[in-house]
Design a protein around this ligand. Structure first.
Ligand code: EPU
Length: 428
């Protein structure tokens, strides 16, 4: 039996998980990573102050706060509430060591353009799950009158005038939709985004911008209309529950739970996952803000294809594969959003999963597999979550390296799992 340590260290580098222990009790879901990472850059648009509640304590939050501090913003982050005061905000180059730490640094492009008509930063970082170009963001800015220069690995965005425009996205990119909303809310005139992304986090960001005086309608649909305004006032928002974190724990419950309650979630945001689990035979009690789930035997194999919202979200595609490995027969999984989101497969295979790859984005998964513990590495955030799920059901002890990836997006994961009965230990 592993002896557990009480506290979690931000410097932890490995997780040890002893599998096979039933999970029971309540897991409280934190605020959404993909909301807070846009809302922090958006907060520089407040006239002076912004108050953001239900903020997840993840490293992406802390990295963005570091960028705010560099820009002269005063902030306090206590009890999941982030208060910012940007009276001393200044527009300076965001250096490579900060912008490359995470993908969402690109939201400072839209926010700084709105505020100053000028932004300078290095290429954004983030998980290595594909090429992840930002051409849609940049082309959209250009349509609004922004001159884009790429010099010495650095983007210089400059707009003598920032004008509203009709922008038809060739793909409903989450990041581009939010970046356009940010720039457009203080541009001259009206911006219409067609084929916009419809993810719930976009509604959360629009609600925050509207709380500061922006005029955005249609967020959450394919057509968003933004009427530019000159002046913003102070703002506030509560971050919505993280549907990916909720979905990850829902899968944990479906795999090895007994009346495991996933609390503080919005089931409407999880419809695609819930319907797949139901089709496979998982029994759930679904309430307005929580789901109670237990593991079942004789799970029916199912096919899963990732799509933009409201389809099956790519961020739960990797964790879902552990569930498919437990179904009775062959399931087909297809990833359609990112071209390199299957790096975890070799580690699932090492743990005993029977998975055959086709074309780097299709996996044939034959279950029910009996996994065993071994040493594995989290190559990206959701790969990490996937290996945690696999470790929870594996026989013996699994050692997971690369835990910093998991900490980018899961608030207090070891503590939350330990509380419901997992045997999980952090080692430096
Ligand atoms: N794309 C382009 N050009 C662009 C923008 C996107 O070709 O200018 C392509 C991407 O390469 C990708 C697809 O479009 O193949 C989707 O990209 P999108 O812009 O929608 O994603 P993102 O904004 O980069 C956000 C989340 C991701 C999540 C996706 C999809 C943040 C910081 N990241 O990424 O989150 O997978 O939306 O929902 O909000 C994660 O949480 O694990 C994660 C990767």
């Amino acid at each position: 039996m592993i002896k557990l340590r009480e506290e979690e260290s931000e410097f932890m580098s490995k997780l040890l998980i002893e599998g096979g222990h039933t999970l029971s009790g309540v897991i409280n879901v934190s605020g959404a990573k993909n909301s807070i990472v846009a809302i922090i850059p958006a907060s520089i648009l407040a006239e002076q102050e912004a108050v953001i509640e239900n903020v997840p304590n993840i490293s992406d939050t802390n990295d963005l706060i570091s960028i705010l501090n560099l820009l002269g913003v005063d902030s306090t982050f206590t009890d999941n509430t982030l208060k910012i005061n940007n009276s001393n905000l200044k527009n300076i180059l965001i250096p490579a060591e900060l912008s490359t730490k995470l993908r969402a640094s690109y939201y400072f492009m839209g926010a700084l353009l709105a505020k100053y008509r000028h932004a300078e930063l290095y290429y954004p970082g983030g998980c290595n799950i594909g090429a992840r170009p930002i051409d849609i963001h940049l082309k959209s800015f250009e349509k609004m009158g922004v001159q884009v220069t790429f010099l010495d690995d650095k983007y210089i965005l400059d707009a003598k005038e920032l004008n509203g425009a009709d922008i038809d996205l060739r793909f409903p990119s989450v990041g581009a939709t939010i970046n356009i909303m940010l720039a457009a809310c203080k541009a001259s005139g009206i911006t219409r985004i067609s084929n916009a992304a419809m993810e719930p986090e976009i509604v959360n960001v629009a609600d925050f911008l509207n709380s500061m005086g922006a005029k955005i309608t249609g967020a959450g649909t394919k057509e968003i209309v933004i009427t530019g305004v000159n002046k913003f006032h102070n703002g506030n928002i509560k971050i919505i529950p993280d549907r990916i974190e909720a979905g990850t724990y829902l899968l944990a419950g479906a795999l090895i739970g007994k009346d495991l309650v996933i609390n503080n979630l919005n089931p409407n945001h999880l419809e695609a996952l819930i319907s797949k689990l139901e089709a496979s035979g998982v029994k759930m009690q679904i309430d307005s803000d929580k789901i109670t789930v237990s593991s079942s035997k004789n799970l029916i194999p199912i096919n899963v294809k990732t799509l933009v919202y409201p389809g099956f979200v790519t961020d739960l595609g990797q964790p879902m594969q552990v569930f498919l490995a437990r179904c009775n027969g062959v399931s087909l999984f297809e990833e359609t959003i990112y071209e390199n989101r299957m790096q975890h497969i070799k580690y699932l295979q090492k743990m005993g999963a029977k998975i055959k790859m086709d074309n780097n984005n299709i996996a044939l998964i034959k279950g029910p597999c009996h996994l065993h513990g071994t040493s594995v590495t989290a190559t990206d955030l959701r790969a990490g979550a996937t290996l945690v799920l696999a470790a929870l059901i594996a026989k013996g002890i699994t050692k997971i390296d690369g835990v910093k990836h998991i900490l980018r997006g899961y608030d207090s994961l070891p503590i939350k799992l330990k509380k419901v009965g997992a045997k999980i230990k952090i080692v430096e």
